[in-house]
Design a protein. Structure first.
Length: 271
């Protein structure tokens, strides 16, 4: 059996969370990530019949029984994951009852998965119904994106349009736009259900005055989606109080999207 600490998926999680903390997106225990793994991947490193303990999920995940996730722990700081992954991360499998998770590795201090894990699972279920290759759900608090929710109307069309105007690549990177939710109590099934509903149409969902959820096929893709939104939000926050002399026109955004062959939200442009 190989050493789990050498597994590529564990290393990806360690490096990504360290980078997100370095960027200032995940203060204290803010932020969480879940990564859907293949059983064949995990079986190289763990005995799949060895369940350390079970943890209640708090909702019915019967549609994804048997699925395995690498997920950040509740109350854990991203800055500590690089050095102590076995304490701050866990690998869990959705048990046959659909309402329990089986811990296969991690949370060695007696902890458990993030309180947002039910919300993550709901988003995984929604994204898998749209694109079976989506494997990562990432929640974080990027500074400028968060700031933008205080000064920009929380309307999906106008919020997306503003971000598309900020960087040439935006309409190409997230052509499906940005879903928006108003402020809601975090750590609840209600916000998880609302986010999952948005995830049926968007790979990115902004939580007003809180942060962002992103979904993607890989850790890099998901991080890159959020990174691009954050860069665009930063440019917006740097320029919003100044007179706009130049901008990317809607016809130019259309030209970009069609040149790169992406399926963009035409209804989000003023054409």
């Amino acid at each position: 059996m190989k050493n789990i600490l050498t597994a590529p998926f564990v290393e990806e999680m360690r490096q990504t969370t360290a980078n997100m903390y370095r960027l200032g997106w995940d203060e204290r225990n803010g932020g969480n990530i879940s990564y859907l793994l293949e059983e064949s991947q995990v079986a190289e490193y763990l005995d799949m019949n060895q369940v350390i303990r079970t943890i209640p999920l708090g909702f019915d995940a019967s549609t994804i029984i048997g699925k395995i996730f690498l997920v950040t722990g509740t109350g854990k700081y991203f800055k500590n994951i690089l050095d102590k992954p076995e304490e701050n991360l866990g690998i869990v499998r959705i048990a046959k009852d659909g309402v329990t998770a089986e811990l296969l590795w991690g949370y060695t201090d007696g902890g458990k998965f993030t309180s947002e894990f039910p919300a993550h699972l709901m988003s995984h279920m929604a994204r898998l119904s749209v694109d079976p290759e989506n494997r990562v759900i990432m929640h974080t608090h990027p500074t400028n994106t968060l700031a933008m929710t205080y000064v920009h109307e929380l309307n999906e069309r106008t919020f997306t349009h503003t971000l598309w105007e900020m960087c040439t690549e935006c309409v190409v990177v997230f052509p499906d736009g940005i879903g928006i939710l108003p402020w809601m109590l975090c750590g609840t099934n209600s916000i998880g259900e609302a986010t999952a509903e948005k995830m049926k149409k968007f790979r990115l969902v902004v939580w007003g005055m809180h942060g962002i959820y992103g979904a993607g096929k890989t850790m890099d893709e998901t991080f890159g989606l959020i990174e691009t939104v954050e860069k665009a939000a930063q440019i917006y926050m740097l320029t919003a109080h100044l007179p706009r002399v130049n901008t990317i026109k809607d016809t130019e955004m259309q030209e970009l999207a069609e040149f790169f062959g992406v399926n963009y939200r035409k209804d989000f442009l003023n054409l």
